[in-house]
Write a protein that binds this ligand. Structure first.
Ligand code: IMP
Length: 199
């Protein structure tokens, strides 16, 4: 059992990514937690120097919790292609370039995978809760599926239009948010956070 978040308390969302903020806010809506975004508090974005999702999630949550003096919640996530040995992985945001252009990032994945018949892909999300005293709780969720080309759908964000989860036909980009939340990597990690840290 992890450390609990106080009911009715404030929580800093330690992300500047609009797509993630929308999804995390949706997931937190049923709980009595007041959310403030790192952007609204003017918190800087720390450098993500860890080699894995969990490490980067911890860096972001701890930086925000320490700076704000409040518990903070972060997400580090990415898209992984089997034919690229798990790339772009923790570099998923950086493949979008300085303009965060994910049409370009998806085209780059497609080009690098080339003619490989291995179309397996997965998303991973590490969610971290950090407290100002340095305590952290980290949870990881994953959803497996296949990559498709061309991309389809304009819902969601990032690599959603090129990913079809196992047993589904629509891409994450074509799914309504609730359908994505029922199976996504982020929702799977989130369910663990709630079981462990929220009463
Ligand atoms: P970071 O966690 O801020 O390093 O960024 C993760 C990147 O992975 C995002 O900018 C997206 O491009 C991608 N990503 C993470 N989760 C999702 C998702 O649910 N759908 C689509 N792309 C995602």
């Amino acid at each position: 059992m992890g450390r609990k978040l106080p009911a009715g308390g404030k929580l800093v969302l330690a992300s500047h990514n609009k797509g993630k903020l929308v999804e995390l806010t949706d997931l937190l809506r049923p709980y009595q937690i007041e959310i403030v975004s790192a952007g609204a508090l003017g918190l800087p974005e720390p450098e993500e120097t860890a080699p894995d999702f969990a490490g980067n999630a911890r860096i972001k949550a701890l930086a925000a919790a320490t700076a704000a003096g409040l518990p903070a919640f972060s997400d580090d996530s990415g898209f992984c292609a089997a034919a690229l040995a798990g790339e772009p992985g923790v570099m998923s945001a950086r493949w979008g370039g300085p303009d965060k252009d994910f049409s370009k990032a998806m085209a780059l994945v497609n080009e690098r995978v080339g003619a490989s018949t291995d179309r397996r892909a997965w998303f991973v999300a590490a969610l971290c809760l950090a407290w100002p005293d340095g305590h952290t709780e980290t949870f990881v969720g994953r959803v497996d599926g296949t990559m498709v080309w061309p991309p389809r759908g304009d819902k969601g964000f990032g690599y959603d239009p090129m990913f079809v989860a196992e047993g589904r036909e629509q891409t994450f980009g074509e799914m309504d948010p609730d359908a994505k939340h029922a199976i996504s990597h982020r929702a799977r990690a989130f369910a663990q956070v709630m079981r462990s840290c929220v009463e």
